[in-house]
Design a protein around this ligand. Structure first.
Ligand code: LCS
Length: 396
């Protein structure tokens, strides 16, 4: 396939090029948006053959579409996987992954602090399907080993994690998973393949909320699974039945976003370190969560596992939750909004927004401070971001 042609190129080049697809009709350099729900055939037998799988062809966009295929190939290429599957959202990708791998009576071992939507899916919906989810502190590999039994079919981790930026040893977890023959999936949304490639570290699959850094501009919702050809084929069958397909235009927006992934990530990381250092030195800030700071408990692991430390910074203020609220109301450049990974800096309060699915007791038990504030550092000039925080902190 196309990706193997590109093995000789470096990551930045693959972001721009990276697929073998060419527009044969007009030679368009920007791959066209195949904005169609269905595809026509000359003869009834051709269509029947396509359905039977005797002939490779696009039939109906829920089953496949050329614009979506370009994005799939590009993501497989960037993550170093054999194949990829695009879904309508990150949550659609995670649901598809779980339904591909786990059945009633079986269980999932996953991290205790995850994106709130993933936590809600695991805590509320999975038990209704007869799937048990065991939440453990995955920075401690022993806890993972202890939680596993003969019914464990999936280990699911997020690293760095949302919103407390825990860094998990992917290689270490992969060794456990391999030993026990359990599928390991890494949610690579915060890092992107620019910072870490979990498949190379032994994971079986990678998940993304493409809504975030992959698209990068805050204008598209999408999800991705990357893995072996065989696994993606199974997942594709499940997604086809669930029907959570992405639209061709949104897939095109994500392809366009990917072209600048490397250069955006470079700036996100540069700015985030500057902001994290500023916050750590500020008298009104009690704690900063950023893997690039030596004070971060997994700083050394992050240095080893990641190329740089990402664009997400969380912190607590000495004045607690109320001070955080004043801060959010006082920023002028930074936008008060959920989501992350956009060009624009975004601020939010996880406990009352993205992580609402965690009860007060669960927040405490899993170590998500109630007053925690999270900023997705954008690609603006870092001095403007810091100036905005400075003036907002004066009001706290
Ligand atoms: N995985 C991670 C790590 C996420 O942060 C999110 C969304 C998802 C999966 C789900 O992706 P979606 O379906 O939204 O494309 N995180 C969000 C957040 O922190 N605030 O708003 C959304």
């Amino acid at each position: 396939m196309g990706c193997s042609n590109y093995k000789k190129f470096k990551f930045e080049t693959l972001c721009v090029h990276g697929t073998h697809f060419k527009d044969l009709l007009a030679g368009a350099v920007s791959f066209p948006i195949y904005q169609t729900s269905t595809f026509s055939f000359e003869k009834a037998k051709d269509l029947a053959d396509a359905f039977e799988g005797k002939k490779e062809a696009y039939i109906y966009t829920r089953l496949g579409n050329p614009t979506i295929s370009v994005l799939e190939e590009k993501m497989a290429c960037l993550e170093g996987g054999e194949s990829a599957l695009i879904a309508a959202s990150g949550m659609a990708a995670i649901s598809t992954l779980v339904l591909t791998l786990v059945e009633a009576g079986e269980n999932i071992v996953c991290q205790d602090t995850l994106y709130g939507g993933t936590y809600a899916l695991f805590k509320n919906l999975m038990p209704r399907l007869g799937i048990e989810v065991r939440f453990v502190r995955c920075t401690d590999l022993e806890q993972i080993e202890k939680a596993i039994d003969s019914k464990t079919k999936l280990i699911f981790i997020e690293t760095p994690s949302n919103p407390t930026l825990q860094v998990i040893d992917i290689k270490g977890v992969a060794e456990i998973a391999r030993k026990k023959n359990i599928h390991l999936c890494v949610d690579n949304t915060f890092a992107t393949p620019y910072l870490q490639r979990p498949l190379e570290l032994g994971a079986d699959s990678v998940i993304h909320s493409a809504t975030k850094y992959i698209g990068g501009h805050g204008d598209a919702i999408g999800g991705i699974i990357i893995g072996s050809k065989e696994f993606i084929k199974e997942a594709k069958n499940i997604l086809k039945d669930i029907g959570a397909t992405i639209g061709p235009f949104v897939a095109w927006l994500l392809i366009r976003g990917l072209k600048t992934l490397a250069i955006r990530m470079e700036r996100h990381c540069f700015n985030a370190l500057k902001v994290a250092q500023f916050l750590e030195a500020h008298p009104k800030v009690s704690k900063v969560y950023y893997p690039g700071l030596p004070s971060h408990p997994q700083h050394e692991l992050a240095r080893k596992q990641m190329k740089n430390f990402g664009g997400m910074v969380s912190f607590e203020l000495k004045g607690g939750k109320r001070a955080g609220e004043i801060l959010q109301n006082s920023v002028k450049l930074i936008t008060l909004a959920v989501s992350l990974g956009d060009t624009d800096s975004l601020i939010e309060h996880p406990a009352t927004t993205s992580h609402r699915a965690y009860s007060k007791e669960e927040l405490e038990k899993f170590g998500i401070p109630e007053g925690l504030v999270r900023i997705s550092i954008g690609i603006e000039n870092f001095e403007d971001i810091i100036d905005d925080l400075k003036q907002a902190l004066e009001k706290v």
